[in-house]
Design a protein around this ligand. Structure first.
Ligand code: DAH
Length: 341
């Protein structure tokens, strides 16, 4: 009997150290301590075959073996549990030094950024915002702006007609008439919005955005326009940028001018952006034609005004060095993200 006991002991001691999961240890424990089939339990059962006089001593030895095995397995089980727990905790540990996963944040479209910037600049100068409507009548878009039906200037803008007399506005200038019909001078409005022309190439899109300005009061002259433009150009294109006016023609202004700014890329020396001229054309403007004032019931002998209109995409393209207007309308979020400030 003692031999069998010693054998079981050494069998247990030989392997007990080699388990790293409580599950495996449990299976090993079962080999010895399972109530039915465990080797120690079977020894207990075999007691009945031991000669009677040896039975108490043998029973005692088996009991000692059982208690020894129980406490040994308990000790190892606790040890493995502890290791398992430590492993689990280590696996769940948060490494606070690990770089965070970057979230993709949205970005404003460069056109929106420029539009917002223009609105901020003119609002600071006291301009109020007037948003007209994209569908206009022929009268507001052309006739009242001193461009009657047979006027050659209508050919300057290829118009999308919706039905006779109704069209998609070709210019935000249409808003000037609405404002002057509804209010009396002093008037100082800025009218941003979409305009439409049947025009499509690398620098033209059938839909684009304009920003219209109108100032009407007593004694307004071209000098006021020039002064305002100087301020505006420095704010939008940078310190030191100058403006120059070139004679031009628009039916609704007299005189009419084309406004250039000195090239903010090369400082006026001549480069690719300004095509070697040192100047970049940015907008059209002029003194409001007296017929336009009359059309709106404003006395041109008492009041005068200036107006200007610019393409927002054009300003955005100049400011950010974009050479194809199409990328502004492709809705590629990667494009907008490049301009995040
Ligand atoms: N409406 C003109 C255009 O679309 C731009 C313009 C020029 C607006 C002169 C004005 C202006 O108010 O005075 O080409």
């Amino acid at each position: 009997m003692q031999e069998k006991i010693n054998l079981i002991r050494s069998e247990i001691l030989e392997k007990i150290d080699s388990f790293d999961s409580s599950r495996a240890l449990y299976e090993f424990r079962k080999l010895f301590l399972d109530n039915k089939e465990g080797k120690i339990s079977l020894l207990m059962k075999g007691l009945k075959d031991v000669p009677k006089e040896d039975r108490p001593a043998a029973g005692k030895s088996i009991n000692e073996l059982k208690n020894w095995a129980l406490s040994l397995f308990e000790e190892y089980d606790a040890r493995i549990h502890k290791l398992e727990l430590e492993k689990k905790i280590a696996g769940e540990a948060v490494d606070v030094t690990e770089p965070a996963v970057k979230r993709r944040a949205g970005a404003l479209h460069p056109n929106t950024m420029v539009q917002n910037e223009l609105i901020d600049i003119f609002s600071a100068m006291g301009f109020e915002i007037y948003e007209g409507s994209e569908i206009e009548t022929d009268y507001y878009n052309f006739t009242a702006l001193n461009t009657p039906e047979d006027h050659p200037a209508r050919d300057m803008q290829d118009t999308f007609y919706l039905s006779p007399g109704f069209l998609l506005r070709t210019q935000t200038s249409a808003g000037q008439i609405h404002v002057m019909e509804k209010s009396r001078p002093p008037i100082k409005i800025l009218s941003p919005g979409k305009v439409f022309r049947s025009d499509d190439d690398a620098t033209h899109s059938p839909m684009f955005s304009q920003m219209e300005g109108l100032v009407v009061d007593r004694g307004i002259s071209l000098c006021d326009l020039q002064g305002m433009l100087d301020l505006f150009s420095e704010k939008i294109f940078g310190q030191g940028v100058k403006t120059r006016l070139r004679p031009s023609y628009f039916p609704f202004t007299e005189p009419s001018v084309e406004v250039d700014v000195s090239c903010f890329e090369c400082g006026g020396k001549g480069c690719k952006l300004c095509k070697g001229t040192g100047w970049i054309e940015v907008l059209g403007a002029g003194v409001v034609n007296r017929h336009v004032l009359e059309n709106c019931g404003i006395d041109p002998d008492e009041y005068t005004g200036f107006a200007f209109g610019m393409g927002v995409e054009r300003i955005a393209m100049l400011k950010y060095g974009i050479n194809n207007i199409k990328v502004l309308f492709e809705s590629d979020t990667r494009f907008a993200e490049q301009f995040r400030d």
